[in-house]
Design a protein around this ligand. Structure first.
Ligand code: ATP
Length: 366
């Protein structure tokens, strides 16, 4: 069974550190929900509150309709997957996965059936009799997932589950987690500071900073419509160009900047004319190859400051105007690419210029 998780004005402090600061969230039944943020922002504390290892100082935690603030961890029917797998090294794969069922006093025949089924789900049935310390990191993480899923938890909690794996294995396991989640359909909360993991897997994600939730949305919403400059730079890479709103109409604006007037057709904050803003422009939205379409907005000239060839792409630091440096990306750079000191003509689609508030209030939650 799978369940909705509600957090209502949850606060958790340690001495003077407010690790989770008035967090309200609704995690939908069956969704793979990501909590993302820099180190120390409160992600693990959040997860521990949901698991029951910490009690909130203020606020309510509900699973479905039931307030469970004081319910001990073993009565919450959650499954947990940790960064370090936390398997029992002296036990076999089968015994590790079976353990939670034994604790729940499930009979032997049912235990065997359920362990066999879940080992099929994680594609490890032939490893049942092997001691877990004779498995690779990726295999151990599959067993950790199997162990969490076998008890059919209402909520699955994953705390940086892939961060001990090497880059290639991490990519493979991402797809595995997606597949296993869609097969099991368990409401899952996944904590990470890896934005690629979140973008590639999440149904929805919350970005957290200093104990607060700054934005909640689908990966595409958060990437395309960041609520402020922190989210824009934390989720993906971006360039910031400071400016002042000159004029606006129907979700479009002319913005005066030190490199000239930029046109944006993606204005989703409420600004007044004359207000200072920060324009976020992603490196991939700076067009440096194609000739600009007729009447293309935001045509600029730039000088190449540095070139980094990465095979699939080439990255450039470009000087715009007198001193502003921005990053741009050329896909499929071929045999030529660009060279330092080349002068380029650029253009940026008006929908890719995103004006954001220049100043963010202390509480960050506008
Ligand atoms: P990381 O990504 O580095 O694991 P995090 O986002 O999970 O970080 P938390 O571990 O939740 O962050 O910590 C949030 C804040 O609360 C930090 O400032 C941390 O130092 C503090 N904190 C966490 N646990 C405790 C504790 N048991 N006692 C005192 N302070 C704590």
């Amino acid at each position: 069974m799978s369940i909705e998780v509600h957090l209502e004005h949850i606060v958790k402090a340690f001495d003077t550190t407010v690790a989770v600061n008035d967090v309200s969230l609704e995690i939908r039944e069956g969704e793979l929900f990501f909590l993302l943020g820099p180190s120390g922002c409160g992600k693990s504390t959040f997860l521990r509150i949901v698991a029951g290892f910490y009690q909130p100082d203020v606020g309510d935690l509900r699973f479905g309709d039931r307030v469970i603030n004081n319910l001990p961890p073993h009565k919450r029917n959650t499954g947990m997957v940790f960064q370090n797998y936390a398997l029992w090294p002296h036990m076999t794969v089968f015994e590790n996965v079976e353990y939670g069922l034994t604790l729940r006093k499930i009979d032997k025949g049912t235990r065997k059936k359920k362990v066999t089924e879940v080992l099929e789900v994680v594609r490890m049935p032939e490893y049942a009799d092997r001691p877990v310390n004779k498995l690779s990191g990726g295999q151990q993480q599959r067993i950790a997932l199997a162990r969490a899923l076998v008890v059919e938890p209402d909520v699955l909690l994953l705390d940086e589950p892939l961060s001990n794996l090497d880059a290639q294995l991490r990519l493979e396991m991402r797809q595995e987690i997606k597949r296993i989640h869609s097969q099991a359909g368990t409401t899952s909360i996944y904590v990470t500071h890896d934005q690629q993991e979140a973008l590639s897997l999440a149904d929805r994600m919350a970005v957290m900073k200093d104990g607060k939730i700054i934005q909640v949305g689908s990966p595409r919403e958060v990437y395309r419509f960041p609520t402020n400059a922190f989210v824009a730079s934390f989720i993906g890479e971006t360039n910031f160009i400071r400016g002042t709103i000159q004029s606006q109409s129907n979700g479009a604006a002319e913005i005066w900047t030190e490199i000239g007037t930029l046109r944006s057709t993606t204005v989703y904050h409420k600004f007044t004319d004359g207000e200072d803003v920060i324009c976020s422009i992603r490196p991939e939205s700076i067009h440096i190859e194609e000739s600009a379409p007729a009447e293309a907005p935001n045509q600029l000239r730039a000088k190449v400051l540095s070139v980094t060839y990465l095979g699939r792409i080439e990255e450039y630091q470009l000087a715009l105007g007198n001193q502003l440096a921005v990053k741009a990306i050329l896909y499929n750079p071929g045999t030529q690419g660009k060279n330092i000191d080349d002068i380029l003509n650029l253009w940026i689609s008006a929908e890719d210029v995103i004006p954001l508030p220049a100043s963010v209030p202390d509480d960050e939650d506008r």
